[in-house]
Design a binder for this molecule. Structure first.
Ligand SMILES: Nc1ncnc2c1ncn2[C@@H]1O[C@H](COP(=O)(O)OP(=O)(O)OP(=O)(O)O)[C@@H](O)[C@H]1O
Ligand SMILES: [Mg+2]
Length: 283
């Protein structure tokens, strides 16, 4: 009996959040680092299906850094990062697109569909959804900065009741251009702003942003973020992630969270309970 009461209490606790986020767009950056085990992937898909079923509009933007690096290694191609962003030669671009659009995107779409969602995969090249310019072609090659987003492509998909799953590849505009590799965190924040999303969540492989002692920082201001970056407590892949949170907030997204994708149902815990987990970045 006690157990049943707890179930009901949990459902009641979720109610105000379900009401608050009904019809709202929630962007979820699904980090490559959070896509480790089959069990976790299945729980992630269940969470998305539940959020969609109660009336939210989840939009998934995925990464795939580890898999790209893995395949490059198998092929004997060197991997280089500058400040958490990949250096993308023409060869790396080909592999990145194969892994992101060809493998990971398809896998997430199949996973969501298997749990009862109707997911549609796309990259920035579809319908020219995202166009980019080089970040700094001399140093970064085909790593791009998003120049234009056509939100109607994704809002149409959402309005038809589908769950969009977006690979962070942008169109290069001209014929024969291989396109651009976009850091998935920065793609997610730009997409969230362009869609007028209410919330953005980054699922990754740490409990959130950690301080120099390795402890979780629950709330983080822009000023603190700047300091932590300066002293390199925030480094590597966490740099574009905190930058993306700040960009999303400045663009009108109300909440930005970095949460642990290795914790089962972390998405539901963050969105539908009062506990909240991970790091919340604030303006
Ligand atoms: N202060 C910090 N707190 C927590 N993690 C940090 C910090 N500074 C750097 N990191 C690193 O950032 C990493 C997360 O970024 P990473 O780019 O590796 O993953 P992701 O963005 O989730 O995946 P993908 O890049 O495939 O989308 C952590 O695994 C950790 O090593
Ligand atoms: Mg990353």
């Amino acid at each position: 009996m006690q157990h049943k009461i707890e179930i009901v209490q949990t459902l009641l606790e979720a109610l105000p959040y379900i009401r608050k986020f009904r019809d709202e767009i929630v962007v979820v950056k699904y980090g490559g680092s959070a896509q480790e085990s089959d069990e976790l992937k299945e729980k992630f898909a269940q969470d998305i299906v539940l959020l969609h079923t109660v009336g939210m509009k989840p939009v998934i933007v995925h990464g795939g850094g580890k898999k790209i690096t893995g395949l490059l290694g198998d092929l004997g191609i060197e991997t280089r990062f500058i400040a958490g962003q990949r250096v993308t030669t023409r060869e790396v671009m080909r592999i990145a697109e194969m892994v992101l659009s060809g493998e990971i995107n398809r896998e997430i779409v199949a996973l969501l569909n298997s749990q009862g969602a109707r997911a549609i995969g796309l990259s920035g090249k579809d319908g020219n959804f995202m166009e980019a310019l080089p970040k700094d072609s001399e140093n970064y090659g085909y790593t791009g900065v998003i120049e234009t987003i056509r939100p109607e492509i994704v809002t149409n998909i959402l309005d038809d009741g589908f769950v969009p799953v977006i690979a962070p590849i942008a169109s290069g505009g001209s014929l024969g251009h291989p396109g651009f590799n976009i850091n998935a965190d920065l793609a997610a924040s730009r997409i969230a702003v362009a869609l007028g999303a209410r919330k953005i969540l980054f699922l990754t492989d740490t409990p959130g942003v950690l301080n120099a002692e390795g402890e979780l920082i629950g709330r983080l201001s822009i000023e603190q973020t700047r300091r932590l970056k300066e002293e390199e407590t925030i480094h590597g892949g966490m740099v574009p992630k905190v930058d993306a949170c700040i960009e999303a907030l400045r663009g009108g997204v109300k909440k930005a969270h970095i949460i642990d994708g290795r914790v089962e149902h972390s998405l539901l815990l963050e969105i539908l309970t009062s506990s909240g987990i991970g790091t919340c970045i604030e303006l």
